[in-house]
Design a protein around this ligand. Structure first.
Ligand code: NAD
Ligand code: UGA
Length: 479
């Protein structure tokens, strides 16, 4: 099929390259000419596993091309995916002006029947607004169907998430449009893609075909907001439980496993840390809360999820103070700038927020991230030292902080880290190291929801300084 994807960011670029990988002829459009020129010249503007290979092989096979022109892309395509940003406004509602601009521009070039697909995350009933805007901007009557096809990929694993999805949701109030979307995803739903010898690798245990759910358009729009809200809720829940573990000296690894092995709950998305970040959870929770509000309902549950998440960053800063006492003039190595491992994306990254909070208290920070240093320069400027390696960042530092869960960090040589640091103190906001390994390597080691390793005591002691003489309630309050 001939497809257009408008918006070549984290979602559009991955979706476009993957759809070409499935055998479609895809035109990727963006109004950022620098991005289109870079892509045309063979550069991939984002860090995403498998994406460079996928783009290279599908452009050279003639299935993937890049354009700055919505007109050409629409005229040559039967299905047009909108994948532009929907950032939050001050009210918490998403800014849908990019979606509207694209819908209006597409409308002007609709001749015969076209299907317009919402790939961007949008509030329920947006499909009706898109349809209206298209009619107002000259699309002939009955010439367009609007489908909601929310995207569930995660950055860092975006390509394999797209090609090996838990489910594909197609929300359509038109059978004709639903049938076309079935055809788009047929190589995944029939499993023919997975039988190809050149198929990209997927997760272990993936079934032979992908599941397709056909829903109403409004149902699909709600599924996206509700899914992200639920996932964020799981993370805030486990962070809240981890905080209790710290107070009583229990181990969140045990507790999390015990909770997650209930198949009704599941072990995934129960990793405690410094709170969720990224461009979507924060924005989508605010947007979903706003949707509820407009329905005359209040989703106070989401306020609590957001509150726990904000507090989690403050707790980590307090942990740094506990470990180092005063911060003015202290040199700190911070590993990680991206909002999670495997991506260069620093949007709403807890790492950046924590670094800025420490700077406000006078700490001097050296940072290292395998992919996000260039992006971070736009925010942190010359206020931090950009180290060429994790070991370089640690040189002479009073402590090491782990702020992003890069696999590279988990594989660091602990002996080399220890000898580079001025003091053997590691404060790990992502639990990437095992407590036993850190104790064996001679570190004071603070992590999330696990007993602190204190080399002075020669044994694990509960997080913070739990003193049996202080009544439990008073102690909990002090934390
Ligand atoms: P992004 O900012 O990385 O990309 C958006 C792209 O759209 C940019 O390249 C921008 O130049 C382009 N654009 C804006 N206006 C345009 C126009 N008028 N014509 C052509 N191009 C235009 O955003 P993203 O992270 O890819 O997110 C896009 C949407 O997908 C959002 O609604 C987001 O919530 C949703 N989503 C994101 C993810 C994710 O992991 N990032 C996952 C699922 C869903
Ligand atoms: C998230 C969802 O997982 C995707 O399904 C969705 O498509 C996407 O949002 C979106 O709508 O944009 P993403 O933000 O890319 O994907 O990354 P996640 O893996 O969900 O991580 C989000 C944040 O939560 C990161 O900061 C991560 O470190 C944190 N996290 C995740 C935890 O703290 N604990 C966990 O157990 C999982």
């Amino acid at each position: 099929m001939n497809l257009a994807v408008i918006g070549s960011g984290y979602v559009g670029l991955v979706a476009g390259a993957c759809l070409a990988e499935l055998g479609h002829i895809v035109t990727l459009v963006d109004n950022d000419t620098t991005k289109i020129n870079a892509l045309t010249g063979g550069d991939v503007p984002i860090h995403e596993r498998f994406l460079p290979e996928l783009i290279a092989r599908n452009t050279s096979a003639g299935r993937l091309s890049f354009s700055g022109s919505i007109a050409d892309a629409v005229q040559n395509s039967s299905v047009i995916f909108i994948a532009v940003g929907t950032p939050p406004m001050d009210s918490g509602a998403p800014d849908l002006s990019y979606v509207e601009a694209v819908a209006a521009a597409v409308a002007a070039h609709v001749g015969d029947y076209k299907i317009v697909v919402e790939k961007s995350t949008v509030p329920v009933l947006t499909h009706q607004q898109i349809h209206k805007v298209m009619m107002l901007n000259g699309a002939p009557l009955d010439s367009v169907d609007i489908v909601s096809n929310p995207e569930f990929l995660r950055e860092g694993t975006a390509v394999s998430d797209f090609l090996y999805p838990d489910r594909i949701v197609v929300g359509s109030d038109s059978q004709r449009a639903a049938a076309a979307l079935r055809e788009v995803y047929e190589p995944l739903t029939s499993g023919s893609y997975y039988r190809r010898t050149d198929a990209l690798p997927g997760p272990l245990g993936f079934p032979g075909s992908a599941r397709l759910l056909i829903t109403s358009a409004k149902g699909a729009e709600l599924i996206k907001h509700a899914s992200n809200s639920f996932l964020a809720m799981k993370i805030s829940f486990i962070n809240a439980v981890a905080n209790i573990c710290e107070v009583v000296g229990a181990d969140i690894d045990e507790v999390g496993q015990g909770i997650g092995t209930d198949s009704r709950i599941g072990v995934r998305f129960l990793r405690p840390g410094v709170g969720y970040g990224g461009s979507c959870f924060g924005k989508d929770l605010l947007a979903f809360r706003q949707v509820a509000h407009e329905c005359g309902l209040e989703l106070g549950l989401l306020d609590e999820v957001i509150k726990v998440n904000e507090e989690q960053k403050c707790r980590f800063v307090r942990k740094v103070r506990t470990a180092l006492w005063t911060l003015r003039g202290k040199r700190i190595a911070a590993l990680g700038l991206a909002f999670k491992g495997g991506t260069d994306d620093i949007r709403e990254s807890p790492a950046i927020a924590i670094i800025q909070a420490l700077q406000q208290e006078g700490a001097q920070i050296a940072v290292h991230d395998p992919a996000a240093m260039d992006g971070a320069k736009a925010i942190l400027g010359s206020s931090v030292v950009y180290a060429s390696s994790a070991y370089e960042a640690c040189r002479g530092a009073h402590a090491l902080l782990v702020l992003t869960d890069w696999q590279e960090f988990a594989e660091l040589d602990l002996v080399e880290i220890r000898s580079a640091l001025r003091h053997p103190i590691v404060i790990d906001g992502r639990n990437i190291f095992r407590c036993e390994d850190m104790r064996a390597a001679g570190f004071h080691y603070y992590s999330v929801g696990r007993p602190t390793v204190d080399i002075g005591k020669g044994q694990h002691k509960p997080g913070g300084a739990l003193d049996a003489s202080v009544p439990f309630k008073a102690y909990a309050k002090r934390q």
